[in-house]
Design a protein around this ligand. Structure first.
Ligand code: 2HA
Ligand code: ZN
Length: 416
């Protein structure tokens, strides 16, 4: 209202009360345009850079009530005036007293009016509070139901496993999961779709699908304690060019900055085998260290990592690709990575980290973990002495491949 005062509360003959003069009224948030009325407006109301809110009205309401309270003292004053010794100062006739009483009556009626205004304010505030509470409860319930789904639990657990490995300093790393149609059905009643945004690339083969992804700038460290703020579920449009958030990131935000890489990798992998669902990017310490000392070649990294842990060739028989250093977060690095994903399940980003793709959370985490563990052994070995005294030979790898029923490409079994 912005100008509450006794003069703006009117009574009709039947005793109905009206709040009048909305000439100065503003919507909350609008810039102040006037000063209100002296003695009723707060000092802040004189500052034109301020924006309107309820506190201006509450202040003026207080001042109005204060003046009305003073008015009840007026009855006492009438009595006192009747009792003054000096005739000259006493009321001169009954009509004068009647006039004073009528004035007080008017003020009393206004007071009643004010009780109504106050009640309306209180009820409105309570109502808003109840609605906010109900909304919060509903959101919490929705979040709980969503977070109860097995695939969501698996996603959260994997993110936390990565954090515990030390691969996700600050907001480093990201994770995505291509959600199965039956899993979408399980949680879709909790969706609240937001606006469409461009992905930054096109993934037509993923059109209309849903993905669970970590949020841009969010910390893996927080995923278990505030998942609804750290991750989100997105839906892609019918062209695979835009996404919209349907759940999560309750405090705002966008999906991972590496969304183009995640989606392009998931598309490549899906076309290879429908069972691929997880893409994981981590800042794996030892693999990163090796990108400063080994040639940035697929065949060198594949062979070196295979040699450092006997199970490596079984876990990633197709090998590991290397993307030279590139600016992260865009389409260019996404194209380079997805190109390697046509051949491998693992891609190293020089001086940055690694990408892994797999059918489920266990396999994908296991893949990242195995490669990084192998890199750690190599870092330790190279730290002890620059050359290996003995290692696994190409023929021994061929033997291993036969027994374990895997095919190891000959290009990686070169003589050194
Ligand atoms: O900060 O890891 O590659 C997230 C990243 C970017
Ligand atoms: Zn990164």
């Amino acid at each position: 209202h912005m100008d509450l005062k006794p003069e703006n509360i009117m009574l009709d003959r039947s005793g109905n009360i009206y709040l009048i003069d909305f000439g100065a009224a503003l919507f909350a948030g609008e810039k102040l345009s006037g000063y209100g009325t002296k003695n009723y407006a707060s000092k802040k109301q004189a500052k034109t850079e301020e924006r309107a809110d309820i506190y201006f009205d509450i202040y003026s309401l207080g001042k109005t009530m204060e003046s009305l309270l003073k008015a009840t003292d007026a009855v006492q004053k009438i009595i006192e005036k009747c009792l003054i010794d000096d005739d000259a100062k006493r009321y001169h006739n009954i009509r004068q007293i009647q006039a004073d009483f009528e004035r007080i009556l008017r003020i009393c009626r206004m007071k009643k009016g004010f009780m109504v205004v106050i009640a309306v304010f209180c009820i409105q505030n309570l109502w808003n509070q109840i609605q906010r509470e109900e909304k919060r409860e509903k959101e919490e319930e929705n979040n709980m139901k969503f977070l109860d789904a097995e695939f969501v639990k698996g996603f959260i657990r994997m993110a936390n496993d990565g954090w515990e490995q030390g691969w996700h300093e600050r907001n480093g790393g990201n994770l995505s999961y291509r959600v199965k149609p039956e899993e979408v059905e399980e949680v879709k009643e909790n969706f609240e779709a937001r606006e469409w945004n461009p992905i930054g690339t096109a993934v037509p083969n993923l059109a209309g699908e849903y993905f669970l992804v970590t949020g841009s700038g969010k910390y893996f460290r927080n995923v278990t304690i505030k998942p609804e703020d750290s991750i989100c579920m997105i839906e892609l449009d019918e062209k695979g060019e835009n996404y919209r958030i349907v759940w999560g990131l309750v405090n705002g935000g966008r999906p991972t900055s590496e969304l183009p890489s995640h989606l392009m990798n998931l598309e490549v992998k899906k076309l290879q085998d429908e069972r691929y669902r997880v893409v994981y990017h981590a800042h794996t310490t030892n693999v990163i260290a090796l990108t400063f000392v080994l040639p940035l070649e697929d065949k060198v990294f594949t062979r070196e990592l295979w040699e450092m842990a006997t199970e490596c060739p079984v876990v990633f028989p197709s090998g590991i690709g290397v993307v030279p250093w590139m600016v992260p977060g865009g389409r260019e690095i996404a194209v380079a990575t997805s190109e390697l994903m046509k051949k491998y399940d693992l891609a190293i980003w020089a001086h940055h980290g690694m990408f892994a793709a797999g059918f489920d959370f266990d396999l994908t985490f296991g893949l990242m973990h195995t490669a990084e563990k192998s890199a750690e052994i190599l870092v330790k070995t190279l730290s002890m002495q620059p050359t290996k005294r003995q290692t696994i030979t190409p023929d021994e790898f061929r033997h291993l491949a036969k027994d374990f029923g895997v095919t190891l490409p000959e290009e990686f079994l070169y003589e050194k």
